[in-house]
Each structure stands twice: as structure tokens, then as C-alpha cells.
Design a protein around this ligand. Structure first.
Ligand code: ZN
Length: 679
């Protein structure tokens, strides 16, 4: 399958003023509404040409108006444009909420003649009808009015939640510079004291994560983590309460016992019962290995503090922070993560990732010259596949006030066969704002996240050439959506891949072979514990939505449910749920990460069988069977076609419980590279 040459990128204005943006969007939505009216009024018989094609066009138009608005809302430096973007996104959401409940359109789609239609077209129509039925289109007018109002309200509240999370940054002040002991040199340089001698550390990732990983003063780690776990608190707690209430009300009106049951019904998992059983199964599997890991962290802590009886959240072993993990990796496995970041300057990582995609998928990247985007540090690339245009993407990796503050891939514009090329963006916060990108070093875990998000981006670009909006990637079963991104992380853990780009930021020396080998050997250290926490969080996300939320204390529930699976739930006085964006977007489906992981480990087996991750045949088959179809087939079927069988848990179980390999020889050979620390 090769993208056709006729689709174009079209216009994508990032610099329109707020009024013009809203005017244009209103015009586009009004035109779409008029088309929908015309379409409903058209005479029988209903065909793909007179009904499905025009419906698809108008839905795509509205979907992309919404994408554009939402994208400006999470990225634009100008608060007025962010606000206009939010309003545009909400207007598009309202259009979809209305569309799903339109009886006339539903009737038209049901009477569609599908003779001779291909399976993807049939699947698209099935999904549209199911979507409308699940939205309540078969209910009476009054009920439909209420459902629309509730859906509009949830969309609006989700934006309030996101805006609070993005704008309410917390910080601490440090007076004594020795409090920064243990942090990397470039971090200390990037955080000089102000005129009064105060150093400000914020809850933004490039500030916070190095403190949790490296700062030797526990008090500094504790102070920043307490702020970190209270982002958007207290503002977002009533917003979350309201979202839970609206969704519960929605589900009940639609005949479901709760919102979790409703939202899981059309996913791979199928029911809350299956989700619970899945969480239990994996938690049981990982528990003992995770406990042994935490014992080792505690034993290490006792060497610093002989009276310690427990790990604190800021010591590592919990949901955030990995101070003693970092220590043990260095002392027992010889992986000095501070040294490692010297070999991971951002430009080399980026270029290495792109070069990998060129080799693996026959993609070519053309960096676009300076142009008016939303921020001067954003990079834009045009992508070709086998020489034909595939789409465009943007990298926005530096934090800014008001910007989305986690890491994610966004659809900037959904593409469609013969019409539009897809555009996607990574909106992440890897790079310190005070350091030019060309000089920035990356934490190794950020490199993994970079590959993860790029896996989503590849999925968006490859799947952006289907015929129907309802077969693009965004309409896939939401519990499959993390599989392509988790799969792509594997290349960031592959020594052969790392060797191609990891070079010392100053000297250009290649990454020492010993360091690479030890990195690989220690890869599974802490893995079971990390995934046990993910399962605890999955159980919490399910618990928020599987009950009547009236009078619910979301803080108590988080601690209680997570504590059932993991002995280190969020500490007293914190409110992580106030900035837990997945609770609005993924709702009850946080288990998606663990479920997709089981699938992606199985998919990776086909690569590992070849003894190399870069076998071109396997890569081609992966692109064609998993990425290109978007959601034109059920996820289960795509997986079956790639594997030649149903997926199972064996690969995941072996991977999750794999012990770290013992490290032979001295942990740090002095001859290994110019930046090796003194013995
Ligand atoms: Zn992801």
C-alpha cells in the first residue's frame, strides 16, 4: 500500500488571531450542519455515493476543525488563542454529540446499500451505527436532549481539568545551593540563584524528575514531590467530581449500571468483570518479584540511614521517583544514568530515531525551514514513504507556560485517502527551557518516552490514508491504542540501535560498549514493581467509574484501591488525581497500558525471533498488518493476521519476571570514555 500522490497537506493556520479562528470554524460547522440536513432529506435509495461519502466528508471536516482547536488549546503560547482553540474544540465536540443522536442520519445509514462494499467500509458503517446506538439515538427526544447536554458538559469539564493541569504549576525555593547535591552539572547550571540567592524548582518535568532521581538530600526530594503530587489541587477536585457524576448519569440513562461498564463494552476487554480479572491476574503474577525489588531498595536505604524501617515515596519504589533505583543501578549494575545522559544529547537521539525509521520502514524525512508555527523551538518534518508523501509532523519538546505538561502525541489533522495528508505532533516536556535544544541532554527514560510517543505518531501517519474517518487510528479500540507505542519503545532499549546514535555530547566519542551491555543487562531491574503500580492505578481508574460517585472522596478511594495492590499508595496530604489527565481522556480504561503491553510483547516476539529488531520483512509486515489499516479491522483481527494466531500472555509473563542479568567484571572500567567519573 503506497499513499497516493493526490492528497495534499492543505492549509493549517497556527497564526490566525482568535476572532478569525473562531469565525472560520463557525462557518465550517454551519456548512457541515447544512450538508447533514441536505443528506437526510435526499431521496432513497441510500448508497455509498449519495450518503456515506458526503457524511464522511463533513464529519472529517468537523473532526479536523476540532483537532485544530484542541491542538491550539494545549500548545499555543498566547492565552487568547488557547482559549479560542478550546471553544472551537468544544463546538466540534458539540457537533459530534448532536450527530450521534440524529435520528434522520441513523435511519439513512441503516438503509444504506452495501452491496459490493469492501470489509473496511462495512466495518466503518457498523462502527458508526454502534456509536450512534450507544449514544442513545434510539431513545426518545427528551432523553436524547438530556444525553446531549451531559456529553457537552463532560467535554467542557474535561477542558477545564486540562487547563488547570497545564497552567497551575507549583514550585519550591531553595536557598542553600548544596541542596542540589547529586544533581547533574548541566541541571545545576540551568538553575542559577536569582538576585536574592533563591533557586526556584518547579513541578514541570525537566525540573522535577532529575530531583526525584538524583538529589541526595531527601528533604529536597520530599518537598518537591509533595508539590508535584498536588498539581492542580484543589481546583480540579470539584471538576473531577462533576465529571464522574455526569458520566454516571449518562450511563444510567443509557441502561448501564455505571460508566465503566458502558465505556468498556465496545473495547477489546468487553466488560468490567474481565478488566478486574485481568488486573488481578497480572498483579498476582508481579507481586512477589516487585516485593523483592522494594526490599533491595530498603536495604540500600539502610546503608544511608540505618534506622530506616520503610521506603518513603520520594525514595523510589512508589508511583513516582526512583532515587534508590538510580543508586542501585549505578552501584550494582554499573549503569550510571548521569553518565548515560552525556551520551544522549537531544539532536543525536532525534536524528538516530529518524535514521532508524528510514532503515526500518523506508521513510524519508525532510526538515522544513523556518516558518511561522506556534513557537520558534518547534520542529516540522515532511515524511515520505517509498518516496511518496506520507504526511507531516511537529516536535514540540520544551515546556512553556500554559502548554500541555505531560507527554503525548496529538492528531493535528486526520488524513484521508485522495484528500488530505495526515499531520501529527509530539507535545512533550523533555528539554530544559533554559538550554538550547542542540545542547540539551536527555534522561534515558525520556528517550524511551520519545520512542513511545513516536510509535503513536507512526501509527497516525501510516493509518492516515484510509477511506473513512471511522477507520482512522483515533477510532480504534481504545485498549489497543498503546500497543504500537509500547512496541516501538523496544528500539530505545536495543543496543544495536543505541550504538548508532549515542555519542558523547562534547567529545563525540561513541557510547562505551560496557555501558551499553550493562544497560541491557539491568533493563528488567524494577520492572515488575513499575507494572504493579500501573495495575494499582488501573484498579483506581476503574474504581472511580464502576460505582455511583455521589459523596465519593476521590482521595480516599485512590489511596484505598491503590493500597490494595501496592504497599506505597500516594502519601497523605497529596491529591494526584487532581492532575491525572487520564481520568478524563481514558476514564476507566487506564488498564489499557497493561493490556496493550501484553499484546505488544507478543507482537515483538516476531521481531525477536529473527535475532534482530531491524529485519525488513518483519517491519514491513508490521506496518501493513498493524499500522496501515488504522481501525479498518477489529484490533483482534489485526493482531491475529500479524501473529498468525491469537495473542497470549506467554511473552509478557517471561518478560515481566525476567531477572536482571548478573554483571561480570568491574562495574565501571576507568578506560571507558572521557566522561567516566573518578573511581
Ligand atoms: Zn502512549
Amino acid at each position: 500500500v503506497t499513499p497516493e500522490a493526490t492528497a495534499t497537506l492543505g492549509e493549517l493556520p497556527f497564526s490566525l488571531d482568535a476572532e478569525e479562528l473562531e469565525r472560520r470554524s463557525e462557518r465550517a460547522l454551519a456548512a457541515a450542519r447544512a450538508s447533514l440536513d441536505r443528506l437526510e432529506a435526499a431521496p432513497e435509495p441510500r448508497t455509498i455515493g449519495n450518503t456515506l461519502e458526503p457524511l464522511n466528508r463533513l464529519l472529517l471536516e468537523v473532526h479536523n476543525v476540532g483537532n485544530h482547536g484542541r491542538f491550539l488549546f494545549v500548545t499555543h503560547p498566547d492565552p487568547r488563542r488557547r482559549d479560542a482553540g478550546r471553544r472551537v474544540g468544544e463546538a466540534a465536540d458539540r457537533f459530534f454529540n448532536e450527530f450521534r443522536l440524529r435520528e434522520g442520519t441513523y435511519r439513512a445509514l441503516r438503509s444504506l446499500t452495501l452491496d459490493g462494499a469492501d470489509p473496511a467500509t462495512r466495518h466503518a458503517v457498523e462502527k458508526m451505527l454502534r456509536d450512534m446506538r450507544r449514544a442513545g439515538v434510539e431513545l426518545g427526544a427528551e432523553q436524547r436532549g438530556e444525553l446531549r447536554r451531559l456529553n457537552d458538559e463532560v467535554d467542557r469539564l474535561a477542558n477545564v481539568f486540562a487547563e488547570n493541569t497545564n497552567t497551575l504549576v507549583r514550585s519550591i525555593e531553595v536557598i542553600d545551593p548544596t541542596e542540589l547535591d547529586g544533581l547533574p552539572e548541566d541541571y545545576v547550571r540551568a538553575h542559577p540563584p536569582d538576585a536574592e540567592g533563591r533557586i526556584r524548582l518547579t513541578t514541570q518535568y525537566p525540573d522535577a524528575y532529575p530531583v526525584f532521581g538524583y538529589a541526595t538530600r531527601p528533604e529536597l526530594r520530599r518537598r518537591l514531590m509533595m508539590e508535584f503530587l498536588n498539581r492542580a489541587y484543589p481546583e480540579n477536585l470539584p471538576v473531577l467530581d462533576r465529571i464522574l457524576a455526569c458520566r454516571f448519569d449518562l450511563a444510567r440513562r443509557l441502561g448501564y449500571p455505571n460508566f465503566a461498564e458502558y465505556i468498556i463494552e465496545d473495547k477489546m476487554m468487553g466488560s468490567t468483570g474481565a478488566a478486574r480479572a485481568f488486573i488481578e491476574r497480572l498483579a498476582g503474577l508481579l507481586g512477589p518479584t516487585a516485593a523483592r525489588y522494594r526490599d533491595r531498595l530498603l536495604a540500600r536505604k539502610r546503608r544511608d540511614l540505618p534506622t530506616a524501617t520503610a521506603l518513603e515515596p520520594w525514595d523510589g519504589g512508589g508511583w513516582f521517583g526512583d532515587f534508590y533505583d538510580t543508586r542501585l543501578r549505578d552501584e550494582e549494575y554499573g549503569v550510571d544514568t548521569k553518565l548515560l545522559r552525556e551520551y544522549l544529547p537531544y539532536p543525536r537521539v532525534r536524528d538516530g530515531l529518524l535514521a532508524l525509521c528510514e532503515r526500518l520502514f523506508d521513510l524519508t524525512f525532510h526538515r522544513r525551514g523556518p516558518e511561522e508555527l506556534w513557537d520558534p523551538r518547534v520542529e516540522a518534518y515532511d515524511v515520505r514513504w517509498h518516496g511518496a508523501p506520507l504526511g507531516r509532523f511537529y516536535l514540540d519538546l520544551v515546556p512553556r507556560p500554559g502548554k500541555y505538561n505531560h507527554a503525548a502525541q496529538f492528531e493535528v489533522r486526520v488524513g484521508l485517502e485522495g484528500l488530505l495528508l495526515p499531520q501529527a505532533a509530539l507535545v512533550c516536556n523533555f528539554l530544559d527551557p533554559s538550554t538550547p535544544s542542540e545542547l540539551a541532554r536527555m534522561e534515558y527514560h525520556d528517550v524511551i518516552t520519545f520512542f513511545h510517543e513516536f510509535g503513536h505518531l507512526l501509527h497516525s501517519l501510516f493509518s492516515g490514508h484510509t477511506r473513512w474517518l471511522y477507520t482512522t487510528q483515533g477510532f480504534i479500540e481504545w485498549d489497543f491504542v498503546e500497543a504500537p507505542s509500547q512496541l516501538f519503545e523496544e528500539w530505545a532499549r536495543d543496543p544495536a540501535t543505541l550504538r548508532t546514535f549515542a555519542r558523547h555530547a562534547e567529545t563525540g566519542a561513541p557510547i562505551p560498549e560496557g555501558l551499553l551491555a550493562r544497560l541491557k543487562a539491568s533493563e528488567s531491574f524494577g520492572r515488575a514493581n513499575r507494572w504493579l503500580i500501573q495495575l494499582a492505578a488501573s484498579a483506581a481508574s476503574l474504581a472511580y467509574y464502576d460505582r455511583d460517585p455521589s459523596g465519593l472522596d476521590t482521595t480516599a478511594l485512590l489511596v484505598e484501591v491503590m493500597g490494595r495492590y501496592h504497599p506505597m499508595p500516594p502519601p497523605p496530604g497529596t491529591h494526584f488525581q487532581a492532575a491525572w489527565g487520564h481520568l478524563t481522556g481514558y476514564s476507566a480504561l487506564y488498564y489499557t497500558y497493561a493490556w496493550s503491553l501484553v499484546i505488544s510483547r507478543d507482537l515483538l516476539g516476531r521481531f525477536h525471533e529473527k535475532g534482530t529488531l531491524t529485519d525488513p520483512e518483519t517491519a514491513r509486515s508490521y506496518v501493513e498488518e498493524i499500522l496501515v489499516p488504522g481501525s479498518g479491522r477489529p484490533a483482534n483481527e489485526m493482531v491475529r493476521r500479524f501473529l498468525g494466531r491469537e495473542f497470549d500472555f506467554r511473552a509478557f509473563e517471561a518478560w515481566a519476571l525476567a531477572p536482571p542479568t548478573p554483571v561480570e567484571g568491574p562495574a565501571r572500567a576507568p578506560a571507558e570514555g572521557p566522561a567516566a567519573p573518578p573511581p
